[in-house]
Design a binder for this molecule. Structure first.
Ligand code: FAD
Length: 490
């Protein structure tokens, strides 16, 4: 259910792995999508070339065993545009969408030759019910029986500021690209949030030739740090072996302090120097105008070796999260997640350079300490933030909510998730999103068991897998779900 990146990766994995369990002639896959489009979710459905991948091309292959696959594809598709595409490039996300679509269509063609049937259904899935040990996919009045269902319905933008709903000039999600494109160029804009989602809005306004003043306002921390050049880093401390030893092979959970100590040692080894951790912890509120020029220089000269070390841990993040105890996770999410994201989810250098130009030219002002947003008069909105111990006020004609998805699924306005939640067929996870089995993605219901053949692949498993906003994790999870599902069907 859903034909974004997760649905496509899962379908391809099902097709590829069908041979391993000798189910080919009996396998029929139905791919549901409410829009009938492939790879047109918020990430890869954008048509604006200023929206680039947040990761280098070399890390974006759909196939874990063929890391060069995306770059090779790019080089066939876009060679005429100006020579070979470097693996270090940050390419427009729309191209990645095209890559996903093409791979799926190729896989479907191949599948049909091997007797695996794939059918695309354009319909909104409204529920998924149990039916004699199997599942019934409901689309309005129509039921589709199946042996197993995989939900790949993506992330859902949170409605963080309900008081502004239907207010002229309020854009409730940074993923409403056409609404952002409609912002009057000379008007003032406030972007709420400071993650890569907010960066997307800022670079989009820049690309559209926006001339009005822009305020980027966030609660806890400044805009992301800047990614350094690719430099392979062989992990010495943050390794499976060390964590297995630490947790006595999974017989006990690790504490946050223990995992943090491994990261500290890894980063200090990579940077070759003792890190001033108090300065790092205090960096969340430092004004962008003070930090960004040095961050850009450091990244351009390849001096931010801490990034290479953090980046190298990407594939281990779900495993490390799984090995940590629940109260450590609570503490991490409450106190450090925002700072972690600021460093770990650094922005690509080309975006940082655009943002610094906007700051230097006096167009963009970034503030932390965000407190409130209210509608003032007419089209205008008032935002407040606290800095230097006092409250400040700004007004803006447009407000864009760039705070991204809400971790709390009980707040989401989505019929499918709401129906499943209210029927107890899924339950919220203590650390955000929905609860699933870590190894297989099988959905866990209100009674604490995974009794239905229903799985989830995608960002909503964030409480279980932590790092779900990357193709790297989605690729791993799609393969694991396909494996488990086919094994059960065999
Ligand atoms: C803006 C942005 C940029 C990102 N950039 C990167 C990056 O550079 N590199 C990286 O590795 N990761 C990136 N990610 C993370 C991740 O790769 C994407 O979030 C990815 O697109 C998630 O895919 P998905 O299929 O789970 O969700 P989506 O892409 O949102 O797809 C969900 C699909 O399900 C359909 N759907 C939803 N509900 C229903 C329903 N009830 N019935 C039928 N169909 C339904 C929707 O129409 C949609 O087609 C980014 C994420 C975002 C949001």
């Amino acid at each position: 259910m859903g034909s974004g990146a997760s649905g496509i990766l899962t379908t391809i994995q099902l097709i590829e792995q069908a041979g391993d369990v000798d189910i080919k002639g009996r396998l029929r896959i139905q791919v549901f999508d409410r829009d009938g489009d492939l790879a047109r979710g918020p990430a890869y459905g954008t048509l604006h070339d200023c929206h680039i991948l947040n990761m280098r091309a070399s890390t974006m292959s759909m196939y874990a065993d063929r890391p060069e696959h995306f770059c090779d594809w790019m080089n066939v598709q876009f060679r005429e545009d100006g020579g070979a595409v470097s693996g270090d490039a940050y390419v427009p996300r729309s191209r990645y969408g095209r890559y996903l679509r093409e791979q799926l269509l190729n896989a479907v063609e191949g599948a049909q030759r091997q007797g695996v049937e794939v059918e695309f259904v354009t319909a909104e899935v409204t529920d998924c019910l149990p039916g004699s040990g199997k599942a019934l996919v409901q689309c309005g009045d129509v039921m589709y029986p199946c042996d197993a269902a995989v939900l790949c319905s993506g992330d859902i933008a949170g409605n963080r500021f309900p008081q502004l709903t239907d207010t002229p000039g309020y854009i409730s999600s940074a993923w409403q690209y056409e609404a952002i494109a409609g912002i009057h160029q000379s008007r003032s804009v406030a972007v709420i949030g400071s993650s890569l989602t907010a960066v997307d809005v800022l670079v989009m306004l820049d690309a559209l030739g926006h001339r009005g003043e822009i305020h980027c306002v966030s609660r806890l921390r400044s805009l992301p740090k800047v990614q350094g050049p690719p430099s392979p880093w062989e992990l010495q401390y943050v390794t499976r072996e060390r964590v297995e030893k630490l947790t006595e092979h999974g017989t006990r959970q690790a504490a946050l302090a223990e995992i943090a100590a491994l990261y500290r040692q890894e980063v200090e080894l990579a940077t070759g120097t003792a890190v001033d951790w108090a300065a790092v912890l205090g960096s969340a509120h430092r004004p962008v105008a003070d930090t960004l020029p040095e961050d850009i220089r450091e990244a351009a000269e390849g001096r931010n070796r801490w990034y290479a070390a953090l980046d190298a841990t990407g594939h281990l993040a779900p495993y490390l999260w799984n090995r940590m105890d629940d109260s450590s996770k609570d503490v991490f999410l409450a106190r450090y997640a925002s700072l972690w994201a600021m460093y770990r989810h650094s922005m690509p250098l080309p975006n940082a350079e655009k943002i610094w130009r906007m700051v230097r030219e006096g167009q963009l002002h970034a503030h932390t300490g965000f407190r409130s947003v209210t509608r003032a008069s007419g089209r205008s909105h008032t935002l407040t933030y606290v800095a230097d111990g006092r409250e400040h006020e700004i007004t803006a004609d447009y407000v864009v909510n760039a705070t991204g998805a809400s971790p709390d699924i009980t707040e989401l306005d989505d019929p499918l998730i709401s129906n499943l939640l209210h029927a107890g067929r899924l339950r919220p996870h203590r650390h955000g999103g929905i609860d699933v089995d870590f190894a297989t993605g099988q959905v866990i219901g209100l009674d604490g068991t995974a009794s239905m053949p229903m799985y989830f692949v995608g960002p909503l498993t964030r409480g279980v897998h932590f790092y779900t906003h990357s193709v790297e994790t989605l690729r791993t999870n799609a393969a694991a779900t396909a494996r488990a599902l086919l094994r059960d069907l065999d």
